[in-house]
Design a protein around this ligand. Structure first.
Ligand code: AMP
Length: 944
């Protein structure tokens, strides 16, 4: 057969020209690894002459490639005269082109729309005439080439029929955009060898019908009991339930131990009850409004997450449905982060044991940018999870728009997935056998190639956006069709009865049994494990139920600390360190030896070293995390000789916890969501996301609003994520000055997160340590510095690190006579150093400068302690670099006034402001304006 194909290629200039690159690529692949190419090609290449004495591996590619081409050329020229005009050969080529056309464009003709509303796209390439073939050729036998028909030759009509069945029925395959030949061939084989219609056993098909009955039964039950109540039903997309059932069972068979699912509201209750095994009576209680919220503010029922264990052929599998806000698609990277944390915990870098599934809506998949970001992260070192199964519940109506002209510019809602060459299977939701096949191929593909794959479940939405919504007002044509359209279950039951798989009575009984179970409050999920193995997931017990406290014992044995400090500065001899980096490491060695004040980079690195030593894994990501945006960290050393990297913190001790540091790709939204997912799954870790500049977090504002600030109160999900956000007015302009402190403070309530502005190396050291040493898990937002990283006054001592703590308030550091102090300037952050310089320059002994290092939870007692000695105090000034309408002023002044009044009544009213005037932009764009503003605000703090 292989000879046949090759001969064919050489015989016509058109084909050999068109396939030359393909063959060349295959050949190069073969030269690198003969086993990487299909057998027939390997046999062929093995026979090619090669330079004397050489094997396939010891010659450079180019001469052998030239030889290969010469061979092709000479064959072409000798055969041209005899074969070019041979009609039979030309036709053979056309047949191969027809096969290719089906593989490329068959999906456009496929029967994937249950409602048959899809406007047909003309696909001339699939007509015989397009390839200069006619009906007269139908009985002629042709080579089948690479088409998996099970034979080398077949009559054209058989080839066409097989192509039509494979590519133009209930599954529309998009796989030809995949560059990797092995993957593409694997996929072609899976569809072509069974013509996209494997023969499932009667048992399998009955099980599918049973799951479809469950999907439909739940919706019917809720519709009759709670008509008009919002539940975002699955009706129209019921095949989703047997699909999920199959994924979990098959994945379990592969040895998967955990499955994490992200999903928006449509069909969520159905998934919860029929797949995850939420108790129907609990759901009913929620519908009846009887469920009592145990903590916080709670959330609507179709946003709730859930966890359970089910039994599969490979053993027990833990399922986790992520909590989800209404903001569509944002849960996808959260799921990825959670999955990566579980994979890290299981030491499963390939992603064999934990499977991410993201379920999407068609309009959101096409419309939301975070989908693209999530795909982009799928193969990167920091974020990959061994491939995600994406399922689009494509109801063809989106939210209100159904016309593709309004919904998107791409042909399919799934086109975005092509950017990572994910295979895409569009499948008709009314054909559960086809759904099952597409599902099996998808899960097998993920398992085999560890890449993302998409199932586009083309279905419809029987009701409106929600059950209170009347859809025909805006979608008259679609809904007049839907009204008379039988359900997927009804259609499948009819088919199985017709095919003799079961009787009509049996089919009916399935629905009735389900309803009885539901009414009895029984669990209705498949293979639910009643007493789950808790070792399959993390024990959050030690972190639950702690009231907020700022105190933690972050001290550390001095001797051990010095050993760690020495170790974290070691770089092996073979690593040639760049000059400036070498200087940083040299300085750190001096700091460790006590010959130099400790700077920020040293203290921060030592915080990591000591936490690792105490058994806490660490994960740090951000756009410049390895180096630090302002080059203070250099946790990753780049060997100048060969570009390899060395991470000293990964070499602290044998068997140490994982230290992961990655430069992220250029995303804020998806990466922050990912780290949220990671930290809500890995309580023992220090998880840090660092913004390049603080305000860039606003590209991920939804993650802060919907998850970080409110996840605990809405869902009871604890999160210990740390965000390092460079902040400080240094004349760099509107986008490089402010981490929008005011935004975070405005979201603070109920001790939901911590907002801190550390100003010394010892402070960041203890702050980072406090975040993990305490069993309390709360998000930590750090306004981290830029110029302070190197400020000569911003240094600390080893003593302060070993024996100190994080001070929420730093009292005045000067040697003032407390009785003479008339004014206190309160501040946070880098402006402190400007204020301190002013005071010493102007010898202002009447003014104390006190730093608030934590703005939320506001440290009232600590501030009172810092101020109470100033018995003759007349005025308190809050000084900030930020404009009046920004920074902490409006958000925190009420706390300051309370403390002022604790000192003496009425002082709170005297609280004054010194800062930049109100401004629409965060900072001035001109250095001269910045400098003058800065001078003025410091002056105001002392004199206004
Ligand atoms: P999961 O593996 O996500 O299903 O989590 C297993 C169990 O751990 C959940 O049912 C919760 O009880 C608990 N849990 C998981 N994540 C958190 C979290 N971030 N905060 C508090 N408890 C959690």
């Amino acid at each position: 057969m292989q000879e046949g194909i090759m001969e064919l290629m050489w015989r016509t200039s058109h084909v050999s020209g068109g396939n030359a690159h393909y063959v060349e690529a295959l050949y190069e692949q073969y030269l690198v690894d003969p086993n990487a190419v299909p057998d027939e090609w390997r046999n062929y290449f093995d026979q090619l002459p090669r330079p004397e004495g050489s094997t396939s591996h010891d010659v450079p590619l180019s001469p052998i490639r030239d030889q290969f081409y010469q061979l092709g050329k000479s064959r072409r020229s000798t055969q041209a005269v005899s074969a070019a005009d041979s009609g039979e050969n030309k036709k053979q080529v056309k047949v191969l082109q027809l096969i290719n056309a089906y593989r490329f464009r068959g999906h456009q003709k496929a029967d994937i729309d249950p409602l048959d509303l899809r406007s047909p796209v003309p696909v001339p390439d699939l007509d015989l005439s397009f390839h200069q073939l006619t009906n007269a050729d139908l009985d002629t036998e042709f080579q089948t080439g690479s088409f998996f028909l099970g034979k080398d030759k077949a009559p054209l009509k058989e080839i066409v029929q097989a192509l039509d069945e494979t590519y133009c029925r209930s599954i529309g395959c998009e796989i030809m955009h995949i560059v990797d030949t092995e993957e593409k061939r694997w996929l072609q084989q899976r569809f072509e060898s069974v013509r996209s219609k494997p023969k499932f056993s009667p048992e399998v098909r009955k099980h599918v019908l049973e799951r479809l009955s469950a999907a439909e039964g739940l919706e019917n039950y809720l519709a009759s009991k709670y008509p008009g109540t919002k539940r975002f039903g699955l009706e129209g997309g019921e095949s989703f339930i047997p699909m999920m059932d199959e994924i979990i069972q098959r994945a379990g068979g592969y040895g998967t131990k955990e499955v994490v699912i992200g999903m928006a509201h449509r069909g969520r209750l159905n998934l919860l009850v029929n797949i995850l095994g939420k108790s129907p009576s609990e759901l009913i209680e929620e519908f009846d409004g009887k469920k009592v919220i145990e903590r916080g503010s709670g959330d609507v029922k179709y946003h709730q997450g859930f966890s359970s264990n089910v039994m599969t052929p490979g053993g027990e599998v833990h399922l986790a449905l992520a909590f989800n806000p209404s903001h569509l698609e944002i849960v996808a990277p959260v799921v990825e982060g959670s999955v990566r944390a579980r994979q890290d915990r299981r030491d499963d870098p390939a992603g064999d044991k934990v499977l991410p599934i993201n379920v999407h809506g068609d309009a959101a998949f096409a419309g939301q940018g975070v989908v693209m970001e999530t795909f982009q992260m799928s193969q990167t070192r920091a974020y990959k999870t061994g491939g995600t199964l994406h399922i689009v519940i494509n109801n063809q109506v989106g939210f209100t728009t159904s016309h593709p002209d309004d919904t998107r510019s791409t042909e399919y809602c799934t086109d975005i997935a092509k950017m990572v060459q994910a295979p895409i299977f569009h499948v008709n939701g009314d054909d559960p056998d086809a759904v099952l096949h597409a599902t099996q191929v998808a899960i097998d593909y993920r398992q085999q190639f560890k890449r993302d794959v998409v199932i586009d479940l083309v279905c419809y939405r029987r009701r409106g956006h929600n059950e209170a919504d009347e859809p025909s007002g805006t979608q008259p044509m679609m809904y007049s069709k839907i009204k008379n359209h039988p359900s997927a279950r009804a259609l499948y039951a009819k088919r199985l009865v017709e095919e003799g798989v079961l009787s009509e009575d049996d089919a009916k009984a399935m629905g009735e049994t389900y309803r009885e179970d539901l009414m009895a409050g029984n669990h209705v999920a498949n293979a639910l494990v009643k007493e789950p193995n808790t070792e399959l997931f993390v024990d959050w017990g030690p972190y639950l139920g702690h009231e907020w406290t700022g105190d933690a014992d972050t001290t550390f044995d001095m001797k051990r600390m010095q050993q760690l400090a020495a170790k974290m500065c070691e770089v092996p001899d073979g690593v040639q360190v760049q000059r400036q980096v070498a200087k940083i490491y040299e300085d750190r060695r001096k700091m460790q030896a006590g010959g130099m004040g400790l700077n920020w980079g040293f203290a921060e690195t030592l915080a990591y070293a000591t936490l690792l030593d105490q058994g806490h894994p660490i994960r740090i990501t951000g756009q410049d995390s390895g180096r630090g945006t302002f080059s203070h960290r250099h946790a990753v050393v780049h060997n100048q000789k060969d570009g390899s990297t060395y991470v000293p913190l990964q070499h602290m001790a044998d068997g140490q916890p994982r230290f992961t540091i990655h430069d992220s790709f250029l995303s804020e939204e998806a990466v922050l969501a990912f780290e949220y997912g990671y930290s809500t799954t890995a309580p023992n870790h220090l998880v840090v996301w660092e913004a390049q500049f603080g305000d860039f977090f606003n590209g991920a504002q939804v993650v802060v609003d919907q998850f970080i600030s409110s996840g605990e109160t809405k869902w009871g999900r604890l999160c210990g994520l740390t965000m390092l956000l460079p902040h400080g007015y240094e004349g760099q302009g509107p986008e490089h000055s402010s981490a929008r402190l005011e935004r975070f403070l405005q979201m603070c309530a109920e001790h939901n997160m911590q907002v801190c502005v550390p100003t010394t190396p010892a402070q960041i050291y203890h702050l980072l340590r406090r975040q993990v040493i305490r069993p309390l898990r709360k998000p930590l937002v750090v306004m981290s510095p830029k110029s302070l990283l190197r400020h000569k006054e911003a240094t600390s001592t080893l003593e302060e690190l070993a024996h100190g703590k994080f001070h929420m308030v730093l009292a005045d550091q000067g040697k003032l006579d407390a009785e003479k102090v008339k004014r206190v300037v309160l501040c946070a952050g880098k402006v402190y150093y400007d204020l301190a310089a002013y005071r010493s320059e102007h010898e202002r002994e009447d003014t104390a400068v006190v730093r608030l290092e934590q703005l939320y939870p506001f440290p009232k007692e600590e501030l009172y302690e810092a101020l109470k000695g100033y018995t003759n105090l007349e005025q308190i000034v809050w000084c900030q670099e930020e404009p009046l309408n920004q920074g902490a002023w409006y958000q925190s002044q009420h706390h300051m006034r309370v403390v002022a009044d604790m000192l003496h009544n009425g002082l709170g009213r005297e609280l004054k402001f010194a800062g930049r005037p109100a401004s629409a932009a965060p900072a001035a764009g001109y250095m001269s304006v910045h400098v003058e503003q800065q001078r003025q605000l410091v002056d105001d703090a002392f004199n206004a």
